[in-house]
Design a protein around this ligand. Sequence first.
Ligand code: HEM
Length: 417
Amino acid sequence: MNAVPEPSLEEAGRAFLFGETFRDEEYFHACATKLRREDPVHWVEHENFNPFWVVTKHADVLDIELHPTEFLNAPRAILGTKEADANREMQGHLVKSLVQMDDPEHRLHRNLTADWFLPKNLAKLDVRLEELSKRAVTQLEDFGGSCDFAADVAMQYPLYVILSILGLPESDYPRMLRLTQELFGAEDDEFKRDENTLLSLMQTVADFVAYFDGITGDRKANPTDDLASVIANGMIDGQPIGHKEQLGYYIITATAGHDTTSNSMSGGLQALIENPDQLERLRRDPSLLPLAVDEMIRWTSPVKHFMRTATRDYEVRGVTIKEGQDVLLSYWSANRDEDVFANPFTFDVGRTPNKHLAFGFGVHYCLGAMLARMELKSMFSALVPRIKSIELAGEPQISKSTFVSGLKHLPIRYELV
Ligand code: HEM
């Protein structure tokens, strides 16, 4: 943890502004550790960004999440430049999803699909998940001993699950893959459409709109029992939900469970490769799998932050957040908090308790948390017993984003049994 030179407090705070930081785990953790230790509620200023507090301790992130009346998701749920903030109004007219809403609007919209994500409904997906996991292992066999696990396997799996939930055909896979990667990777050279991040984003959103408007038309005419039908025919207080809320719903279900889950899958495998004793432990004791899955999610924390805006003056760890000021909740930092996790920088497949905040907390707690856990569990229960040997075959590459980031390339070499 001390391999990189210690950043100054100012450097540590500003690190949260740039996607580049999140590609360099050591540097990120050096910055976050510095802030947790010396200035856990830290004010960040930069000429290209509206200022905000960055909150790095587990207890403080939790405190803010548990006070949704004092801290709203609107108007600034995610960090963007001043230019992006100024254009938010315009984007807001295009789509609006759960993460941009507050109660009572949020509760009403969340309730529309909450049943879909209950265990009794998700249990129906078990067979499909098993099928996809088997397919993934067969793919690994077909690759013949080496592949890019992130791009060739982990990126595909959750997207097939999303297509299944929404009731969309597998043939729509390439289109959805491109759109979701572009949405989260608008800053990333490999995925961006235009040098201008905002323009890239707007073009991608326009394509989502065109695609899902077609689906809505179809499900209104021919409703089925899929999630797309719930969204297309959703009613609140006897009125159909608005067009931008509907699109927001499709987009959040299509995207929220994609890069996030695949990042945990690839990052989880990388952690097993780099900690062979933990891979061996898991192989010997498969009953550890549920704990291992949560450790992979804590370890990778694919959603790096969400933001909130204070509705009144509120004190956090002795610092007054003033009404109207914004706070950035650093999940990755909270999930390495020395006050909560024993040896937070150790990857421990048997970690318990593991009260990580990678799924957030409170009223916005990830709707897909259970589904994500099921996916990882299914994948690793199929894969781990088949691994005879495995190693890195090249430099892993992480996507550039301050919001959702993780492995986009994980070259591996392996032998299966
Ligand atoms: C490892 C995988 C995942 C991670 C790390 C993750 C993380 C998160 C986080 C941090 C939030 C915000 C929570 C907050 O503000 O307190 C969130 C919200 C959400 N997630 Fe996930 N997520 C994952 C997978 C999924 C999946 C598989 C789905 C569904 C297909 C999904 C759907 C959602 C939705 C709909 C919300 C908005 C909830 C709301 O605002 O009420 N997520 N997720």
